[in-house]
Design a binder for this molecule. Sequence first.
Ligand code: NDP
Ligand code: OXD
Length: 303
Amino acid sequence: MTLLYVSTAERAAAWQPIFAEAGEEMIVGEAAVTDPAAVTHLLCWTPPRDLGRYPNLKVVISAGAGVDQMPPLPPGVALSRTVAPGIEEMVRDWVLMACLMLHRSMPAYLEQAARGEWKTHHTQLAQGCRVGIMGMGRIGSLAARSLASLGFPVAGWSRSGRPVEGVEVFGSDQLDAMLARTDLLVCLLPLTPETRGLMNADFLGKLPRGARLVHAGRGAQLDMDALKAALDQGQISAAMLDVTEPEPLPQDHWAWADPRVIITPHVAAVTDYAEGARHVLEVIRATRAGTEIPGLVDQAKGY
Ligand code: NDP
Ligand code: OXD
């Protein structure tokens, strides 16, 4: 089995000793491939255009948790998303930070601090701020447990409505009910045809007036014009976004200058080199053993 590694030289340099120690073959960059038939695994964010060049390719592995950037793969080629505790914990931490910042009125305090204004805003108990999390997968359920442990009443929404301990989970046809009981909405959904453009004007209007939004899923799930209108109408009071459409968000975009919106440049998680390499080694070993591929993506569902 041979891994073709398509990423930065810096990341490749970190992976090479890990692969050498594991006794696995790794080729860095397409230009170094002398025998395309030897390539069985490909690690990348977006794959090279011509995957047909690799007749024995078995698995494409996304360097992150998301796979929406992947084009359709040739028939028979499996897709794996990187599964790494570090990714999940980092996003959980970012979500906790964002929820606490919005719950404790930090956008208003940051704006006031910039002009030296000492003015207090009403602070509610965590118990009075109902959090709703869209996407109760690996990351959403982790974030839900942490937020619940801080005292927030947490509900979740997922396609299946699969139960998560300590959290009220709504199924796919119960979105409106979850939005109606949500003061602080967190989006941790994968980008699929069903979730693209989900957070539009109609959707935002179903939240209680003055709700807050935390978004770490994918930028294309949120209609930014609808967010601006909802902020101006007081329907949404503040938002914290780690993902935007497009990325990078243009310098002259209204959201940068709006004190009600805090933006971070898609940094909720970065894949730790060693954890990413460990995942790929597990994928290679599972392929060899004929067992289930870790992080296997259902390509029909898109996540
Ligand atoms: P998972 O695949 O583990 O979970 C996805 C969740 O979304 C599942 O609960 C799934 O429901 C639910 N879901 C998917 N489609 C729908 C739908 N149409 N309606 C309702 N629920 C739906 O993913 P992760 O938790 O690992 O990651 C989620 C996303 O977070 C990633 O795809 C990526 O976009 C984003 N992310 C962002 C990062 C950042 O740095 N900002 C870093 C890492 C990830 P069900 O349980 O029923 O299948
Ligand atoms: C990921 C991401 O999917 O960085 O890992 O968003």
